[in-house]
Design a protein. Structure first.
Lengths: 113, 113
C-alpha cells in the first residue's frame, strides 16, 4: 500500500484562484518535504516541515504540518501560470528504520489563463 | 554553481544491451541516490549511497547496479535492460540525511525497445 497519499491527483484551476494539495501518512513523520517539478524536469525543493503544527511560507505558497505529524497541506494563494507543474511530498518515516525518504505520487497542477 | 549532472539526458536502446547512466555532483554531498519516475507509480528509489563505497538497495533495485568509488560520482548500471525499465531516471544528492538540502539532476529519459 502507498505509504504517502497525495490528493488530488490532478487539479485545474483558473489563474488567480486559491488551491490546496494534501499529503497524508498512516504513520508519524519525522520530516515532511514539499517539492515542485516542472514537467519532465528534476525536482526543486520548496519547504521542509518537522514540528507538529508548523507552518512555513514562501512567496504565495504556504505549507502546514498537522499536530499529529501525519498530514500536510500545501496552499497556493492567487495562483499564477508559474505555479503549474507537479507537486510532490516526501517524508522521512522513522518506523521504516532506513536512510531514505519516500514520495507521494504527486499532484499535477494546471493553471488556466 | 551547485548542480547534479546526468548523462545522457535521452537514451534509446535495445533489450539486453548494457548501459550506464552517469551522475555527478559538485557539492561534496555524502548522500546520493537514484530514482525512477513512472506514471501512476510516482517517484521510487532504486539505490542510494551514504558515502564512498557504501551503497544500499532502495525500493526497486532489481535489474540495476550502482557503484560509489568517488564521492562526486554515482553511476547507474543496467547490465541487461528490459522494456519494463523504460522510465524517467533522476539522480539526487544531499548532505547526509538532511533531505532539505537534496538537489536533483535534470533527469534521463530511457526507452528500452
Amino acid at each position: 500500500s502507498q505509504e504517502l497519499e497525495q490528493s488530488p491527483q490532478s487539479l485545474i484551476v483558473q489563474e488567480g484562484k486559491n488551491l490546496t494539495i494534501n499529503c497524508t501518512s498512516s504513520k508519524t513523520l519525522y520530516g515532511l518535504y514539499w517539492y515542485k517539478q516542472k514537467y519532465g524536469e528534476g525536482l526543486i525543493f520548496l519547504m521542509m516541515l518537522q514540528k507538529g503544527g508548523e507552518e512555513k511560507s514562501h512567496e504565495k505558497i504556504t505549507a502546514k504540518l498537522d499536530e499529529k505529524k501525519q498530514q500536510s497541506s500545501l496552499h497556493i494563494t492567487a495562483s499564477q501560470p508559474s505555479h503549474a507543474g507537479i507537486y510532490l511530498c516526501g517524508a522521512d518515516i522513522p518506523s521504516r528504520r532506513d536512510d531514505k525518504i519516500i514520495f507521494g505520487k504527486g499532484t499535477r497542477l494546471h493553471i488556466l489563463p | 554553481e551547485a548542480q547534479v549532472t546526468q548523462n545522457p539526458r535521452y537514451l534509446i536502446t535495445v533489450t539486453g544491451k548494457k548501459l550506464t547512466v552517469t551522475c555527478s555532483q559538485n557539492m561534496n554531498h555524502e548522500y546520493m541516490s537514484w530514482y525512477r519516475q513512472d506514471p501512476g507509480l510516482g517517484l521510487r528509489q532504486i539505490y542510494y549511497s551514504m558515502n564512498v563505497e557504501v551503497t544500499d538497495k532502495g525500493d526497486v533495485p532489481e535489474g540495476y547496479k550502482v557503484s560509489r568509488k568517488e564521492k562526486r560520482n554515482f553511476p547507474l548500471i543496467l547490465e541487461s535492460p528490459s522494456p519494463n525499465q523504460t522510465s524517467l531516471y533522476f539522480c539526487a544528492s544531499s548532505f547526509g540525511r538532511a533531505f532539505e538540502t537534496q538537489y536533483f539532476g535534470p533527469g534521463t529519459r530511457l526507452l528500452v525497445l
